[in-house]
Ligand binder design. Structure first.
Ligand code: SF4
Length: 70
């Protein structure tokens, strides 16, 4: 999207969710544009993670599943 010039943060929504991979259950913020997750961050004000995920969370983007999806 950045290369194509279609990246537009004003069109993006943010949804906070949690990871269920382990008991820490880190917070995630999903940034969505045009019905696609375009960025995932973790809140900096979280008292446990301070915006950082462990290596399993940081590189686990391929495990995102679509609801009713393909
Ligand atoms: S990012 Fe790491 S610590 Fe946080 S829920 Fe995922 S596996 Fe657990």
């Amino acid at each position: 999207m950045r290369q194509e010039g279609t990246w537009d943060e004003e069109k993006q929504t943010e949804t906070t969710t949690i990871r269920t991979y382990c008991g820490v259950s880190c917070n995630l913020t999903l940034h969505v544009q045009e019905n696609e997750i375009v960025k995932v961050t973790s809140p900096h004000d979280n008292p446990v993670t301070h915006g950082n995920l462990c290596i399993k969370g940081r590189f686990g983007f391929q495990h995102v599943q679509r609801r009713g999806g393909d």
